[in-house]
Design a binder for this molecule. Structure first.
Ligand code: SF4
Length: 345
């Protein structure tokens, strides 16, 4: 039965696939670069948000060579607003890796793709199957849902043991003759038909072999993910202010290195984690809330003209910071600077 599921999904995909920019580009160019960039952009981001940014990015950087020559500030401004900046920093690292280790040629196998910075098992499977027809089954949230329902598997898919089982099921149903179409098909099926709520089973190509459909248990499979508890923590954000020679207010930002607990290896405002008991509120320091992975942060912004600890700072006007800052955390700090100092840029 299992291989039949694979061909049912591939056949359905061939008739029902959406025309998306990266699919159009891939069919024209057969360049794995365009698929790779789409997979990075799609990580934890909705397709509707990705499309305009992807189009802009590919126009500016149509291939690895153009990416290697990218001006970092311009690159940042193009991906700005997409959140989760580390994946984009990894694109630049990956381009340099491919230039130095692969003579600018994109790696062609699952194993060699895994060597590239920022490419994990999911992305390697997607590229290897779509571009090189290597039989590697992808497993993302959409695929997990389809598989859990096909098998009436009522367990939380984010538990490592459950993930392992799901990968085995994904491997066993994969259409080995057409892994690229199969992988895109099963993801598309999860996005368009086997949705989290109200799955459109009457449109589904595998309804005749779906256990949840047969038993009417679609809402029970998969079980809800087990969420990690959030931890509350406090940070102080230091914003040194300096009036430039032209009488413009400038604000200092730093490169937050490896020693920073949050937002490491990004440029932005200096911050320090503090214990709640250490917090001495002067009553007028503005605060805001922000979540980073499993931390619910309460940040206090301290704007000061003090010269203490200004080594290593870069000084920017509000206008320049608006273009330059990448993380939503730093953008919230900038909003506070603007509201506190009546600077609107
Ligand atoms: Fe999902 Fe319904 Fe298809 Fe089963 S029949 S895989 S529940 S859409």
């Amino acid at each position: 039965m299992a291989p039949r599921i694979g061909t049912m999904i591939s056949d359905w995909y061939l008739k029902n696939q959406r025309s998306l920019p990266w699919r159009v580009l891939w069919s024209k160019t057969k360049d794995p670069y365009v698929v790779w960039i789409s997979e990075i952009f799609l990580q934890q981001t909705q397709i509707a948000t990705v499309i305009p940014k992807y189009n802009l990015f590919i126009k500016k950087y149509p291939n690895i060579v153009s990416l290697i020559k990218a001006d970092e500030d311009e690159f940042k401004s193009i991906v700005s607003g997409m959140g989760y900046y580390r994946r984009f920093a990894n694109i630049l690292k990956a381009a340099k890796y491919i230039q130095s280790n692969c003579s600018k040629l994109f790696p062609k196998t699952y194993d060699s793709l895994l060597e590239v910075p920022g490419i994990g098992p999911y992305t390697a499977s997607a590229i290897a199957s779509i571009c090189f027809e290597e039989p590697q089954a992808v497993l993302d949230g959409n695929v997990e849902r389809v598989l859990c329902r096909l098998c009436n598997f009522q367990e939380p898919p984010n538990l490592p043991a459950v993930k392992k089982k799901l990968q085995l099921i994904a491997d066993s149903v994969l259409d080995g003759k057409s892994p690229g179409n199969h992988n895109q098909g099963i993801m598309e099926l999860g996005q368009l038909v086997c949705k989290p709520t109200n799955p459109q089973c009457h449109l589904c190509p595998v309804k005749t072999v779906c256990k949840s459909y047969e038993l009417g248990t679609q809402s029970l499979a998969p079980a809800k993910k087990i969420r990690k508890e959030f931890k509350k923590c406090y940070v102080d954000v230091y914003v040194p202010r300096h009036v430039s020679k032209n009488n413009v207010n400038t604000y200092g930002i730093v490169l937050r290195g490896e020693s920073f607990r949050f937002l490491k290896n990004t440029k932005g405002f200096y911050l320090e984690e503090v214990k709640k008991v250490e917090k001495v509120s002067l009553g007028y320091e503005p605060t805001f809330k922000h979540t980073i992975t499993h931390n619910k942060i309460v940040a206090t912004v301290i704007i000061s003209s003090s010269k203490v600890g200004e080594d290593g700072y870069e000084w920017h006007s509000v206008d320049s910071l608006k273009k330059y800052l990448q993380t939503s955390f730093d953008k919230k700090v900038l909003d506070i600077i603007c509201s506190r100092t009546s600077e609107n840029g």
